[in-house]
Each structure stands twice: as C-alpha cells, then as structure tokens.
Ligand binder design. Structure first.
Ligand SMILES: Cc1cc2nc3c(=O)[nH]c(=O)nc-3n(C[C@H](O)[C@H](O)[C@H](O)COP(=O)(O)O)c2cc1C
Length: 391
C-alpha cells in the first residue's frame, strides 16, 4: 500500500515536472521587481538620492524594507524613519530584526556617500528610542558633510552582487578558517563580535538546533500566519508587491498554476506545499559547511543598529570572496514558542544576557558555503520610500 508520504512525493514530483514543462509559458519575469538593482548610481542629481539608491538594496527580515526617508530642505540632510506597518509583530515581537535591517541600510548609505566624497554624521534615535516596540519617532537624522578625506570602503563595490543565498551548498567545498577570519577582519569594534564553527561536531549540533527552531517556527500559529500573509507567489504578485517572501521561477509558477502552491494550501500543515517548504528549508540547513554568529555586548536600539552594520559588512566581505551566506534567524526570535531553542543557542554559543557566562545578545546566525548565485531579490523603488519632511 502506498504510504501517505509516498503519495505526497509522487504528487509534487508530477506537478513539478509539469511546472518545468510549462516553464516556457510560465517563467517569472521579475524585471520590474528587480529594477532598483539596475538603478544604482544612475545619477539622481542629488547626493542623498544617489546614496539612498544603494541603501534600498540593504537586507531586511522577510524583505520588509522598513525604511522611510524624509529629505530636508537644505539638501545636506535627511531623516530616517521606520515604516511601522512594515514590522513583523509575530516573528519579531521586539522589532529587533527590523532595527538590524535599518542599521544595514545606514551602513550602505554611509559607504555610498563616501564614494561621493561625503562623510555622514548620524544621530541615532535623536528623540529617544522606544522599546519593546518602536514608535513614530525618527530612527536617525543624517547629515552629509563634504570631506575629501572620507575613506572609501572596499566593501562598497560588492553591494550590487550581495545575495541572501537559499540554495544548497556544495558538499565538496569546505569553508576555511582563513576565510572566516577574513570576514571577521572587516568588523569595527562597535559592529559586534563574530565567531564561527567549521568543524564537523559543532556544525552537526548547530544544524540540529536550527532544524528544531525552524520546525518550531512553522508550527507556531502566529509567526506561520504572518509568513503566509507575506508570501508572494509568482510574477504577478511579486511585481505588484516587491517585498516579503517571494516564490518564483517556472516550477513555482507551475505549482501555483496547478493549484498545489497557494497561501491557503500552505496554511494546512499536511499539504504538499507545506511539507515541501519544510523539506526545502531543512535541506538548506543540512547543507551548511560552516556557521557564524554575530553578537553585541548589549541589546539597546543603538546596539541593534550597529549589529545591522556589522551584519551587512560580513555579508559584503563574503560576497567579495565568492562565499555564500544565509541568515538562519529562527532560534534568535523572541516569540514564546521559540523560548526553548532561544535558550539552547545562547547556551551553545556561551552568550547570554544578563547573568550568563558572557553578557550579550546574539543578533545574527548564518550558514556559509559555496553555491549557485541567486537572482537579486525584489525591492520597492526608492521613490516609493520617500515621505514629506513634516510627515
Ligand atoms: C535581521 C534579518 C533576519 C533575516 N533572517 C533570515 C532567515 O532567517 N532566513 C533567510 O532565508 N533570510 C533571512 N534574512 C534575509 C532576508 O530575507 C533578505 O535580506 C531579503 O529577503 C532580501 O534579500 P537579499 O538579502 O538577497 O537582498 C534576514 C535578514 C535580516 C536583515
């Protein structure tokens, strides 16, 4: 008798083949959603917009792109806000990951301004920082100061090539300690501390913790509902809303066309779509060739902004060296269903706040390896992120 599992596999295999067969008809044209990657350095006629055209390529949790920018009248300054509607109240209940994304945004803006001969004076949370949730007060005020000696950053050149990698990594290519040390060397003291593991025993334990955390996230009703709400399936949905979790390509379009891959089906834990999603992510975790983690001594809003700078610097340094990187953030998240694994990863790394062996907070956990380069992720165009100065 065929098991239920076998039927699921046969079903998805058949539909995937059909999807691939229809590929010519159903390919995803995401050129609209990817347009901001081609618009960088296009010359907006304003140094701030030129720098911002790079900053919108920053990584952010669930690709939420939580930035809103008000340009000052005097053409040397701007104010950065968080778009409070673009937060993730279920998976990121303290807005910590959202602030990390905003920190990455500021760091890329800084690098792009330096290319034009400007240093940035950044005043973080000038009216105070709200916790545990952000409020409408500014995240930062930023002043562009002409400074011919502003050092250009060698990482800048790699911004357009940076990708979050969601492909399995090559099992024949280990990640050397030398390359992980080279990543560490791009961090400035205020960016946080980077540690890693590339030996079989620690990798195996970290894979187990990450898998457990991933299953806990999928099984947590609130975070799962949030992820479903933010999933965009196929070209039409992605071009209309170039953010969230995007599922694209001939097979995805085929599965969507066949009615196998829909938000409703993914909400059913036993559906083919859900089982395959779980298997897919487990496969990514299992192919890790090394892990790295970024921690900060405290967990203030400013610490989180700085961790965002460190995060994107590590990723750019990896890109520079042809090394792929994917955050695996599940076990660092603060919702109640994750508590056990949150404890476990802090125990494993020896980083704990406030009474543990080492004060601190894990801000990022990443898998590393070598694999195919994915296409750029969708982005909202810069002009959609600008707001009036008195907003
Ligand atoms: C704080 C933070 C947490 C993230 N966590 C994950 C994660 O757990 N898994 C994952 O695949 N990507 C994660 N990402 C990557 C984002 O999904 C990614 O930046 C976004 O989709 C845009 O893609 P890009 O980085 O290729 O430009 C995270 C990014 C940030 C900034």
């Amino acid at each position: 008798m065929a098991t239920r599992r076998a039927i699921l596999w046969t079903g998805v295999g058949g539909v995937a083949l059909m999807g691939a067969g229809l590929g010519a008809l159903l390919h995803s044209d995401l050129s609209e959603a990817r347009a901001p990657w081609r618009a960088v350095g296009a010359g907006f006629g304003d140094k701030r917009l030129d720098a911002l055209s790079y900053a919108v390529l920053a990584p952010s949790p669930h690709n939420m792109q939580p930035w809103l920018i008000a340009l000052d009248d005097d053409d040397n300054a701007l104010t950065l806000y968080c778009d409070l509607d673009r937060r993730l109240p279920e998976t990121d209940p303290q807005d910590r990951q959202i602030v990390i994304g905003l920190g990455a945004f500021l760091e890329i803006m800084r690098q792009a301004a330096a290319e034009q001969g400007y240093a940035l004076e950044v005043d973080a949370f000038p009216q105070g920082a709200a916790a545990p949730r952000l409020d409408q007060r500014p995240v930062a005020t930023v002043r562009f100061v002409k400074d011919a000696s502003a050092a250009k950053d060698p990482l800048f050149a790699h911004i357009p090539a940076r990708r979050t990698s969601r492909v399995p990594f090559d099992q024949g290519r280990p990640v050397s300690a030398d390359i992980l040390k080279a990543l560490d060397s791009v961090l400035r003291p205020e960016d946080g501390e980077f540690e890693w593991a590339n030996d079989a025993e620690n990798i195996s334990e970290l894979k187990r913790i990450c898998r457990d955390g991933w299953i806990a996230e999928v099984g947590a009703p609130g975070p799962h509902r949030e992820s479903m709400r933010l999933t965009r399936i196929g070209e039409k949905e992605i071009n209309a809303a170039p953010d969230g979790i995007s599922l694209a390509g001939p097979v995805m379009e085929g599965l969507h066309f066949a009615g196998v891959l829909t938000r409703e089906k993914m909400s059913d834990p036993d559906s083919v779509a859900n089982v395959e999603t779980i298997n897919f992510y487990n496969g990514l975790i299992d192919s890790a060739m090394a892990f790295g983690w970024l921690s900060t001594a405290g967990n203030s809003r400013t610490d989180q902004l700085r961790a965002g700078a460190g995060w994107v610097r590590l990723h750019l340094a990896a890109t520079q060296r042809g090394l792929s990187m994917q955050p695996l953030s599940q076990v660092l998240q603060e919702f109640s269903e994750m508590a056990e694994y949150y404890e476990e990863i802090h125990d494993f790394t020896g980083i704990r706040a406030p009474q543990g062996p080492r004060d601190g907070r894990l801000q990022g956990l990443f898998r590393f390896g070598y694999g195919a380069t994915p296409a750029p992720a969708p982005r909202w165009p810069l002009e959609t992120r600008l707001i009036a100065a008195d907003a």
